[in-house]
Every structure is written in structure tokens, then in C-alpha cells.
Design a protein around this ligand. Structure first.
Ligand code: ADP
Length: 344
């Protein structure tokens, strides 16, 4: 079979280079990637990226199999290809180098996300750990016989250990939720009951913060398909945030709307809204709020005991329930998080 037919049968961009170092054939995918008029050109002028050129040279000279990266930029879009360069026998005799381009951008991205995540977790744990280790040193040395200082340091250590504990708890929740994300919940829950229970549990926190909690629930009771522990966690995270970030004198209202057709879900769904009269969030930040460890104001979040994972957990739970979450916020007026969930 002629070279061009072999190339055309490959589902990836592919091109063949002869021992004369000229391009012998390209398929349509490679033309789309590299441009027209490659056939007959020297491979150096056709490909131009040193890592790939070295790989082709080694393949042509020593018949070695090589791999190289090839990067393209189209506007804002960076694409990374892993190019396999393999020696192949040619119809006319001798050997050529067959280059196949595999788009590995997604693999690279998930690798980078994983690396960033590990770096973030280590950083988040190291900060309280360093504080605790520092205070242990002080308690063993200079403050060994200073009772008031000892109590103060133990209080700080207590707080830092609690922070680590919360972080580990949130990390475990996140990984559990991610694992189950493809399994739809099968049990039925009454969202109004969950809201009442969660508000009851958070009443002391609200009181301590000087925040007034209220709820607006429909009179008729109904159930939806859901995992009650996870939905309670959604409510807790959203209401806790509203209390934490809006502060003294503000109002937090939880509204539940009865099932009706929700165009965004294309089925019947309920809506749970947690609205506060806090400082609001700059629209700039809204698209990134559910990223792990993304905080609008890191200092304030840490001071309030935040882990930066609360909304990431909410997002995964809502997506497991095939629901949607939206945020609306006006600086100086307040923020409203809405979750719509299918009745299922
Ligand atoms: P954290 O543990 O830091 O609270 P979250 O993932 O729950 O992490 O929230 C991410 C960030 O979103 C917070 O650090 C905070 O800056 C912002 N945020 C969340 N809820 C509110 C709210 N109701 N009002 C103002 N800012 C909020």
C-alpha cells in the first residue's frame, strides 16, 4: 500500500520523513496542525521545534525510537502534543521516520492540577504545624515555668490543631464525594427538614457572630432524591460561610422553593437559596470560588477557620445530585448562593 494511504488511515496527525530528510507524506490531520505544502520540504523548516528535530534526526541516523514534545499556541489556547518518532521501512527501500502527534493537553493539565493540589495541601498543613512546633519549643524552654504564657500558648496550639483537623476532615470529605460522584443517590429526603435541622445546629455559631438566621419554607412537605448527609453538608457549608463572612448585625435567610419545572435541569427541581446581607464578593472572583483552596481574602478566611475547601465540596455534592449551583453577589449588599436539585 502506498505511504499516503497508510498515513490517511491513522486517526492522529502523522507525517513521514525520508532518509533524505524531506517530508514524504502527511495526512489531513497533520496538514490541519502544521499547515499546507509540507511535502518535499526539509523537516527542519517544516517542524522547527528543537526537541522534535533532535528526535527525528536520531531516528533517521540510528533507527532509534524517540518521543518528543511539540507545543502549539492558537490564540489563548496552548496545546501539548507527545510525538512518537518511529523508524519504518519505506516502499522504495530504506527507512524513514514516522511521526505521530498525540494531544496530551488534558493529561498535562490533570497532572498539573494534582501537583498544585499536593503543594497546596502541604502548605496548608505546614503553617499550623510550624506554629505548633514553635510553641512546643517555647514551652519546653523559655516558657517552662511561666504559667500564664503556658495557657496562652496551649490555647493557640489548640486552635492550630483544630485547623489541621478541619483541613483533614474536609480533604476526606472531598475525596469521598469525588469517589461517589458518578453514583446517583437513591434515598429520599425532605429538604425542609434538613434546612430546619441545619439551622438549629448552627444557631449557636450565628448567635456568637451576632447574625440573625431565618428560613422561608413552603407549607407543603415534599421529598427529593438525595443523600441526606451530603445535602446537610451543602447547607452547613453555605450557611456557615454566610455567617462567617457577613459578620455582626447581618441577616442570613435560607429559602426553599417547591418543585417546579427548572429549565436549567430540564426536569422538575427544587431550589435552595442561602442569602446574606454581608459585604458581597467582587464579580471578578465568582467564577473561581469553587476551586479548591481559592479564597477571596486568604487572611480573613484563615482567621475565620476556613479551609478553602467548603465550596469545592458543595460543587461536587451538587454535581453528584445532577443539580446546579449559582452565585449572585453585589458588593456592599450581600451574596446569594442558589442550588437547584432535581426531584429525581
Ligand atoms: P473557606 O473555607 O475559605 O470559607 P470556601 O470554599 O467555603 O472556603 O469559600 C471560598 C471563599 O469564598 C472564601 O474564602 C470567601 O472568600 C468566599 N465566600 C464564600 N462564601 C461567602 C459569603 N457568603 N460572603 C462572602 N464571601 C464568601
Amino acid at each position: 500500500m502506498p505511504t499516503q494511504d497508510y498515513l490517511a488511515a491513522l486517526p492522529l496527525p502523522a507525517l513521514l520523513i525520508r532518509a533524505t530528510e524531506r517530508v514524504a507524506g502527511v495526512n489531513d490531520e497533520a496538514t490541519r496542525l502544521l499547515g499546507e505544502g509540507l511535502i518535499g520540504r526539509h523537516f527542519i523548516t517544516a517542524l522547527r521545534q528543537p526537541a522534535l528535530l533532535d528526535a527525528i534526526e536520531a531516528c533517521l541516523l540510528r533507527r532509534e525510537r524517540r518521543e518528543a514534545e511539540y507545543l502549539t499556541k492558537d490564540g489563548d489556547q496552548d496545546t501539548t502534543y507527545r510525538v512518537s518518532v518511529r523508524p519504518v521501512p519505506l516502499d522504495e527501500g530504506g527507512f524513514g521516520a514516522l511521526c505521530c502527534f498525540q494531544d496530551v493537553t488534558h493529561l498535562e493539565q490533570s497532572d498539573r492540577i494534582r501537583r498544585d493540589f499536593v503543594a497546596n495541601v502541604s502548605h496548608e498543613l505546614r503553617t499550623p504545624l510550624t506554629a505548633i512546633m514553635g510553641f512546643i519549643e517555647t514551652l519546653k524552654g523559655p516558657a517552662a515555668n511561666d504559667a500564664p504564657a503556658r495557657m496562652r500558648f496551649l490555647d493557640i496550639m489548640d486552635r492550630e490543631a483544630a485547623r489541621m483537623n478541619r483541613l483533614v476532615g474536609d480533604l476526606l470529605s472531598l475525596s469521598r464525594v469525588e469517589q461517589e460522584e458518578r453514583v446517583r443517590p437513591t434515598t429520599r429526603v425532605d429538604p425542609a427538614d434538613l434546612i430546619r435541622g441545619t439551622l438549629h445546629g448552627l444557631a449557636p455559631l450565628a448567635e456568637e457572630a451576632g447574625v440573625t438566621l431565618a428560613s422561608e419554607l413552603p407549607e407543603r412537605a415534599f421529598e427529593i432524591a438525595g443523600d441526606s448527609d451530603q445535602l446537610r453538608q451543602v447547607l452547613t457549608n453555605l450557611i456557615e460561610n454566610a455567617i462567617k463572612y457577613s459578620g455582626q448585625g447581618s441577616f442570613v435567610t435560607v429559602r426553599l422553593t417547591a418543585p417546579e419545572f427548572r429549565p436549567r435541569l430540564r426536569c422538575e427541581g427544587v431550589r435552595i437559596e442561602v442569602a446574606d446581607t454581608g459585604p458581597g464578593i467582587d464579580p471578578l472572583h465568582l467564577p473561581r470560588l469553587t476551586e479548591r483552596f481559592y479564597r477571596v481574602d486568604s487572611h480573613r478566611s484563615r482567621e475565620k477557620g476556613g479551609t478553602g475547601l467548603g465550596l469545592a465540596i458543595v460543587k461536587h455534592i451538587v454535581s453528584r445530585h445532577r443539580g446546579r449551583m449559582t452565585v449572585e453577589s453585589t458588593l456592599g449588599k450581600g451574596t446569594s448562593f442558589s442550588v437547584i436539585l432535581p426531584v429525581g
